[in-house]
Design a protein around this ligand. Structure first.
Ligand code: NAD
Length: 263
């Protein structure tokens, strides 16, 4: 299937590793020009070089913390004509409710929600002019199954669904689609490191910790393993494609069936 991404310019926030990297790689492979973003120049340069070498695609780099307003404004100024925005960057941290101070609630909102809201606001005028665009929020199964061990994270992922649906409503009747994608537990760099730390400190293998996680913490998973960043990227690449023109305002799951719902 030709995803018809030639000539499209895509910005993927937080794409030097994990799910974001897989999305940037896949979009470049499918012919889009891609802007890779991370917070350090070294990480961005490395990711750009790897994606360029592996895909022969057009890959730009933008090193900055896109949860900051000035960085977001500069990204859009420096790279005019963004057709596809993937709001991927996000942070997570397990913490008991009583231990989450106001500052953490604010930081999670700023990084996980407001960064994407702001970028969407910045790219929308040009998308409207072109009457074409794709805005994709990388939310989580945690948007609908709020993890008791990180309620602040769950709150941000639910908020993304609200923003995404509302934004889709606001551009009804245009060629712009807005969707959220909900990965389940995925072996990205962040989650991989997290599980490896647990394995090391409890003298277990990664596979043992993974099996226990799906037995006790996420027993509803139908695939009984972590998803891969590539599995998420494949869905995102389709949603970013002109072929997905009738998919908008949707919350699309690539969660291994962990959300126990047929819808
Ligand atoms: P990750 O930690 O493996 O990678 C995140 C990338 O974003 C890294 O390159 C990091 O440097 C970058 N980044 C983080 N904050 C940034 C910032 N402020 N500015 C620029 N870059 C920044 O993360 P991941 O697990 O791949 O998660 C990506 C997204 O997927 C997040 O929004 C997360 O909530 C969501 N998600 C992940 C999982 C999972 O199990 N991994 C499940 C559901 C949803």
């Amino acid at each position: 299937m030709d995803l018809q991404l030639n000539g499209k310019l895509a910005l993927v926030s937080g794409s030097t590793a994990g799910i974001g990297y897989a999305i940037a790689h896949t979009l470049a492979q499918e012919g889009a020009s891609v802007i890779v973003n991370g917070r350090t120049q070294a990480a961005v340069d490395e990711a750009v070089d790897r994606i360029r070498a592996e895909t022969q695609g057009t890959v730009h780099g933008y090193a900055a913390d896109l949860s900051h307003a000035e960085a977001a404004e500069q990204a859009v100024r420096r790279h005019p004509g963004i057709n596809i925005l993937v709001n991927n960057l996000g942070i997570f941290e397990a913490k008991a409710f009583e231990d989450i101070p106001d500052a953490d609630w604010q930081r999670f909102f700023d990084v996980n929600v407001l960064s994407g809201v702001r970028l969407a606001r910045l790219v929308l005028p040009e998308m409207k002019k072109a009457n074409w665009g794709r805005i994709i929020f990388i939310s989580s199964e945690s948007a609908v199954q709020i993890p008791a061990e990180m309620i602040h994270y769950g709150m941000t992922k639910t908020a993304q669904l609200a923003v995404s649906r509302g934004l889709a409503e606001s551009v009804a009747g245009t060629g712009i689609t807005v969707n959220s994608v909900l990965p389940g537990p995925t072996k990205s760099r962040g989650v991989g490191d997290f599980v490896e730390d647990i394995a090391r400190s409890s003298n277990k293998t990664f596979q043992q910790v993974e099996a226990e996680f799906f037995d006790h913490v996420r027993p509803t998973s139908l695939i009984k393993r972590f998803g891969t960043p590539q599995e998420v990227a494949s869905l995102v690449a389709y949603v970013a494609s002109p072929l997905a023109s009738a998919t908008t305002g949707a919350a699309l799951r690539v969660d291994g069936g962990v959300v126990k719902s047929a819808f």
